[in-house]
Structure formats: structure tokens, C-alpha cells
Design a protein around this ligand. Structure first.
Ligand code: UD1
Length: 352
């Protein structure tokens, strides 16, 4: 069996690492990896391949663009050429980025079945590029691996009823293997912050409010703020990067293991990332999500996460309020064997 896997953005490297390593050990299944190039800085891409031993992509399309249409269409063109040449039995895509949608569309148009991992998530906000990517990818997928019961229900409500396989969260596989080995060996911070979503970064008024709240918090708490290149570029362009209090430690994007380190020893996470909300949940770290909604609703229901808008002092007030809170413990994203369950299904498909 030949599988072409399409990855391109930081969260996909993390998601792919467990399964790609397992497939590499198989004699009867061959995986060919395409890196679309969506993320390209060392800290956004290479560092994950090195640190997590992800097999090297056979192709790198090096597609960089600030426009979603241009980015997605160039990816489709590049992926299509490779799929025609490689003739895989399946195409495998992860998550909800432009690389995911491009891979799924290119493949489906060639009648190559699509496997979608982390299927069924919905924020129900169609202004988010990720929501469009998820819905469209799910509707052209042939096998849909879901992380939670809620994801299964979301798919069924949209009329997708076949080949939904609940395997838990693939990010939990990697989290479990890395987290247990982390030892305290460097400075830790009270609060970890990550902000990169278009819904926040593209609005100066929201970013000014986030800065104001972080500055207020920095009088009482130590804060680490790894800056995504998008956020950094926009803050610089708007000349507001310098408004951040110098007590806040600003660093480049962190590697996976460093992210897990700071999450493990921090009291609180302020984020707009999807993956980090879940990783904080695995790590039993209280979280404030700077968005209007989340697709990881279980983290909120269990008391580990809540939403805040970047308006007035909401971020400051909610951070102080929930800093020492403790949520409920319940296993809602599987038991960290998602990659093994995917492999089991792939082997079954190969034999039938
Ligand atoms: C993308 C995904 C998002 C995911 C995030 C993880 C889409 C629509 N969005 O968002 O779902 O949560 O990745 O990080 O696919 N840039 C660099 N260097 C890099 C990467 C990006 O400078 O290595 C700059 C780009 O030039 C661009 C900006 O950052 O201006 C945004 O990159 P892009 O991939 O479009 O979106 P992300 O915000 O990273």
C-alpha cells in the first residue's frame, strides 16, 4: 500500500510524528510525505522534524503566500502533479489548515481516496479559514478519523455517516511519550502566552487590548510570550510591539519539547491556538482562550478552559480568577493510542 501524506504547517508536523514513525517500521505500507512549505522558518518547521524524528519529506513545494486563495491553489497544482506521478492508494491529511484542504481537493478530484485525521471538529464560525478547511475536507474524505464523540456527532449532523472511526487524539500519543520525560531544568513562568489567529492578529484594536491586559498581568506574574511570525510582523507593522511591557519575556516560537516544558510548569496559558488548548488540558494547565468559540468544547465543560474576548479587562480578570482553579479529570480524547489504531485500519485496508 502506498500512502501520500500532506503536511505543511506546524501543528501537522506534531500530528504526523506518531503515525509516520509507526508506518516507517512497516514492510507492506509505504508513506511518501509532501511538505507544502506553508510554514518555512526554522522554528516553524525544521525544528519539529529534527526534534521529533519525523521522516524527511520526499517533496517540498515551498509555497509561501499571504493570500489564502493563492496559497491553496498553488498547493493544489503542486500536489496534483505529484499524485499523478506517485499514484498512491490513499492520500492522508491532518487537521484544518490550507495544506489540509489543498491535499484533500487535489486527491479527490483524481479519485484517490482521502483519509482525514482529526475529522469532525466544528467551531461553527465560517469566518475562520480553518472552519471552511475542516468542513470541505470532511465532505471529500473517505475515511474520517475523529478525536472525540462530539466530532462523530458533528459529522453525522452533516449527513456523513460512513467510515467514521473514533481513535482519540493523535496529539495525545506524542504528548504522553514526551511529557513523562520532562524534568525541571530551566526557568519557569507563571503565564505562557501564544497568539496567532487571524481573528485576533488582523485587528489592531484587539491586539492593543491583549497588550494592555498582558501588561497589567505582568505587574504580578512572570510571562513568557513566544511570538509567531505572523503576530510579530503585524505588531511591528502597526508599531505596537514596543508597547509590551519589558518585563514580558518575548522569544521566537518554541520547539515542541520546549512548549511541553513550559506548559508543564506554568500555572496558566493564554492562547488562541487550537492545539495548545488541548495540550494544556493534557498537561492539567488552566487555560484562557482568546476567541469567541472553540472546537474543543470538552476542555471548557470539564473546567480547564474558558473563552475571553479582547475587550476591557476580561483577559486580566479571568486570568486572575481561574489561575488556581482545578478542573474535572475525564478521558475525553482517547488514551494516546490513536496512531496504533490508524495503523490497524490501514493494515486492514491493505489486506482487503
Ligand atoms: C496556520 C493555519 C492555522 C494553524 C497555524 C499554526 C491556515 C489557514 N492556518 O496559520 O490553522 O493554527 O498555521 O501555526 O492554514 N510565516 C512566516 N514563517 C513561517 C510561517 C509563516 O513568516 O514559517 C508568516 C507568513 O509569511 C504569513 C503568516 O506568518 O504572513 C501566516 O502564516 P500562515 O501559514 O498563512 O498562517 P498561520 O497563522 O501560521
Amino acid at each position: 500500500m502506498k500512502i501520500v501524506t500532506i503536511i505543511g504547517a506546524r501543528p501537522q508536523f506534531i500530528k504526523a510524528s506518531a503515525l509516520s514513525k509507526l508506518i516507517k517500521k512497516q514492510k507492506k505500507i509505504k508513506e511518501i510525505i509532501i511538505h507544502t512549505g506553508q510554514h518555512y522558518d526554522y522554528e516553524m518547521s525544521n525544528v519539529f522534524f529534527k526534534e521529533l524524528n519525523i521522516p524527511k519529506p520526499k517533496y517540498n513545494l515551498s509555497i509561501k503566500s499571504n493570500y489564502h486563495g493563492e496559497m491553496t491553489s498553488k498547493m493544489i497544482m503542486g500536489i496534483e502533479k505529484i499524485l499523478i506521478k506517485e499514484k498512491p492508494d490513499y492520500t492522508l491529511v491532518y487537521g484544518d489548515t490550507n495544506s489540509t484542504l489543498a491535499g484533500a481537493l487535489a486527491s479527490k478530484k483524481l479519485h484517490i481516496p482521502v483519509i482525514h485525521i482529526e475529522s469532525g471538529l466544528r467551531s461553527f464560525n465560517k469566518k475562520m479559514p480553518e472552519e471552511i478547511n475542516r468542513v470541505l475536507t470532511d465532505h471529500c474524505s473517505d475515511i474520517l478519523f475523529t478525536p472525540s464523540k462530539l466530532a462523530d456527532q458533528n459529522l453525522k449532523k452533516e449527513g456523513i455517516t460512513k467510515n467514521i472511526i473514533n481513535i482519540g487524539d493523535v496529539m495525545y500519543d506524542l504528548f504522553k511519550s514526551v511529557n513523562s520525560k520532562i524534568k525541571k531544568n530551566k526557568k519557569v513562568y507563571d503565564i505562557l502566552v501564544t497568539i496567532h489567529r487571524v481573528e485576533n492578529t488582523n485587528f489592531k484594536i484587539k491586539m492593543l487590548n491583549i497588550i494592555k491586559n498582558l501588561n497589567k498581568l505582568s505587574n504580578n506574574y512572570s510571562i513568557l510570550f513566544p511570538l509567531h511570525p505572523r503576530t510579530k510582523n503585524i505588531l511591528k507593522k502597526n508599531k505596537i510591539l514596543k508597547l509590551l511591557n519589558s518585563k514580558i519575556k518575548i522569544v521566537k516560537p518554541l520547539s515542541y519539547k520546549n512548549t511541553m516544558y513550559y506548559l508543564k510548569y506554568t500555572n496558566f496559558l493564554i492562547t488562541d491556538s487550537g492545539g495548545m488548548q488541548k495540550e494544556a488540558f493534557f498537561s492539567k494547565t488552566q487555560t484562557l482562550t482568546i476567541r469567541d468559540e472553540t472546537e474543543w468544547k470538552e476542555t471548557i465543560e470539564l473546567g480547564w478552559n474558558r473563552l475571553a474576548k479582547p475587550v476591557n479587562d476580561q483577559i486580566f480578570i479571568k486570568t486572575k480568577k481561574f489561575m488556581n482553579y482545578y478542573g474535572k479529570i475525564k478521558n475525553v480524547y482517547g488514551n494516546g493510542s490513536a496512531a496504533k489504531l490508524i495503523l490497524k485500519k490501514l493494515k486492514y485496508l491493505n489486506n482487503h
